[in-house]
Design a protein around this ligand. Structure first.
Ligand SMILES: Cc1cc2nc3c(=O)[nH]c(=O)nc-3n(C[C@H](O)[C@H](O)[C@H](O)COP(=O)(O)OP(=O)(O)OC[C@H]3O[C@@H](n4cnc5c(N)ncnc54)[C@H](O)[C@@H]3O)c2cc1C
Ligand code: FES
Length: 297
């Protein structure tokens, strides 16, 4: 499994998405031409910052040249260190790891993506994949406030006949100075992402569209609410879970979910509604870095 060998890569580009969130682009094909593995939307990598830590990051993009992207929110020691890196600096990358979002073969299913906060990272990769194949979808993108909205420029380049991007913010501060963001203002709501989700499906149901497949990534409380809505209407759901990780490849057990013992790094990070129904930890508990169970708030 070459995916589990750390490759040292040079940072080619850094994009300042908003205050506290940056995207890093590096090439994985050049560093590993013979065993290059094309990643799929939903997969993650372990990012090694020498002398600091190795942490999981979803892939937010990948192109045909082998350029991969990660989008990093600054929250603690390692992400702070990543934010200090410059173009030309090196990081260690292990991956692609984990499972991926499975796109239905039948095009009749209505695809809905729901993100909260930095959970947009893997869903941006998925949305780009769908857009490139002209598969239609709705993306509900939830953030706390307008100034945390990222990727608006990328989404504006999408085919508007097949993609519908809906922005939801909890606080409506007047930060729409950027013309791209203004362009999207007509699909902007001041409500929680899962509330908008239920309103959207009700609009579809009134128009006799009832076959949905839902993909979500974000705060677990939000994903749990999305799960409850999907259970109520019997929709197929795939949620990308986050847990502290150490090995990232099924060895240490830190990312185990009770009571089944499923591992987020190996069996996930994406779990179907069928699995989520049986994961008692989902929406309630996670393990801290010592392995102790703590409630999710
Ligand atoms: C599969 C997967 C994909 C991820 N994708 C992304 C991504 O695309 N972009 C991104 O910015 N982050 C992502 N994360 C989260 C990221 O790994 C953590 O934010 C990172 O490990 C924090 O490291 P740190 O040393 O900066 O912070 P730490 O010093 O370790 O922690 C700072 C604070 O962040 C919180 N925290 C850190 N890690 C976790 C965790 N795993 N679960 C819950 N709370 C945590 C804790 O509350 C802690 O107080 C992902 C995590 C997983 C498991
Ligand atoms: S992180 Fe070690 S088993 Fe998942």
């Amino acid at each position: 499994m070459t995916e589990n060998i750390i490759k040292t890569v040079k940072i080619q580009n850094i994009i300042n998405e908003c205050d506290g969130i940056k995207t890093y682009i590096f090439n994985m094909k050049k560093s590993n031409p013979n065993n290059y593995v094309i990643p799929k939307p939903g997969q993650f990598v372990m990012v090694w910052v020498p002398g600091v830590d190795e942490i999981p990051m979803s892939l937010s993009g990948c192109n045909n040249k082998g350029d991969w992207a990660i989008t990093v929110k600054k929250v603690g020691d390692c992400t702070k260190e990543i934010h200090n890196l410059k173009i030309g600096d090196y990081i260690g990358i292990r991956g692609p790891l984990g499972n991926y979002f499975k796109i239905p073969v039948e095009q009749s299913k209505k695809i809905i993506l729901i993100s909260g906060g930095i959970g947009i990272a893997p869903l941006k990769f998925l949305a780009t994949y769908l857009n490139n194949r002209r598969i239609s979808f709705d993306l509900i993108k939830g953030t706390k406030s307008n100034n945390e909205i990222i990727f608006a420029n990328d989404f504006q380049q999408f085919n508007h006949d097949t993609s519908n991007i809906i922005y939801c913010t909890e606080i409506d501060n007047d930060m729409f100075e950027d013309s791209t963001r203004v362009a999207f203002y007509n699909s902007k709501f001041e409500e929680l992402a899962h509330t908008r989700f239920e309103a959207l499906i009700n609009e579809y149901l009134q128009n006799n569209i009832s076959d949905f497949i839902v993909f979500t990534c974000g705060p677990e409380i939000m994903m749990y609410k999305v799960f409850q809505i999907c259970q109520k209407y019997q929709f197929e759901l795939y949620a990308s879970l986050e847990r502290y990780m150490r090995c990232g490849c099924g060895l240490c057990g830190l990312c185990a979910l009770d009571p089944l013992g499923l591992l987020v790094c190996k069996d996930g990070p994406i779990f179907s509604s069928e699995s989520l129904k049986n994961i008692q930890d989902f929406g309630k508990f996670q393990r801290d870095p010592t392995g102790k169970k703590v409630s999710i708030d």
